[in-house]
Design a protein around this ligand. Structure first.
Ligand code: 1GP
Length: 232
């Protein structure tokens, strides 16, 4: 499946139009909305803009509790299990638990694993956590397994937005072999070959943000990668 990540701080009307009215948009499965740093108020404006344009599932990908907004359909309730920042493992969740319950959003409990994408990304800087090195697939697999044993329903392997490289095939495959839950992979996917390699290695959902902001026609390449994998 394909998820497009939308940064509410960058989502102008024309950017949303370019995405939603693209001829291949019907092949997009989910819209993830959020980020490590989002200006107050922009989340709602962005979600309302998307709601007006499409019926696709809108899923919040929150960097902080102020991004919870019931205009969306669901939320990836992220626990940053590759890090040891207690706030991002449980603290923020406690602070937002009642707000989240009242929102009525579908909650998708997600083990979020940050992987080294070759540069310091906003998410690693803001979270103050060290990503798992690409050459340590065993650590990634054990981390994902622990997340599932704690009851997480999804695993998100992320190199962070704008990463130089995406999670390696070896690391994705190691995680895939260890757990039965769906695996979301994002960060640094910039070519059709990247997307194909990530699908082939075991990703159930491929997430692209930056590349589609730069060039909405990359959606055509992404769809070809999804179709090539589906036919194989
Ligand atoms: C980041 O996985 C997402 O959290 C998407 O990353 O912007 O690099 O595609 P990109």
């Amino acid at each position: 499946m394909i998820a497009v990540l939308i940064d509410p701080d960058k989502a102008s009307d024309s950017q949303l139009d370019n995405l939603v009215f693209h001829p291949n948009f019907d092949q997009v499965d989910f819209l993830f909305v959020g980020g490590s740093l989002v200006t107050d108020g922009n989340m709602k404006i962005c979600l309302q803009g998307l709601k007006k344009r499409t019926d696709k599932p809108l899923i919040i990908f929150p960097g902080s509790p102020n991004q919870i907004d019931d205009t969306a359909d669901a939320i990836l309730l992220l626990s940053l299990i590759s890090g040891r920042n207690s706030d991002l493992l449980i603290g923020r969740h406690v602070e937002s638990a009642h707000k989240l319950k009242r929102s009525g959003l579908e909650i998708l409990s997600t083990g979020y694993i940050l992987v080294d994408g070759g540069r310091t990304t906003t998410v690693s800087y803001i979270s103050g956590t060290t990503p798992i090195p690409q050459d340590k697939p065993g650590i990634a697999a054990a981390t994902a397994l622990a997340g599932c044993q704690l009851g997480q329903q999804l695993i998100y392997l992320d190199c962070g937005s704008g990463a130089n490289q995406h999670a390696s095939p070896r690391l994705i495959a190691a995680v895939k072999n260890e757990v039965d839950v769906p695996i979301i992979v994002g960060g640094g996917i910039k070519t059709k070959e990247d997307a194909e390699s990530v699908f082939r290695s075991g990703a159930d959902v491929v997430v692209v943000g930056n590349k589609l902001e730069e060039n909405p026609n990359f959606l055509t390449e992404l769809v070809k990668a999804k179709e090539a994998f589906a036919e194989a």
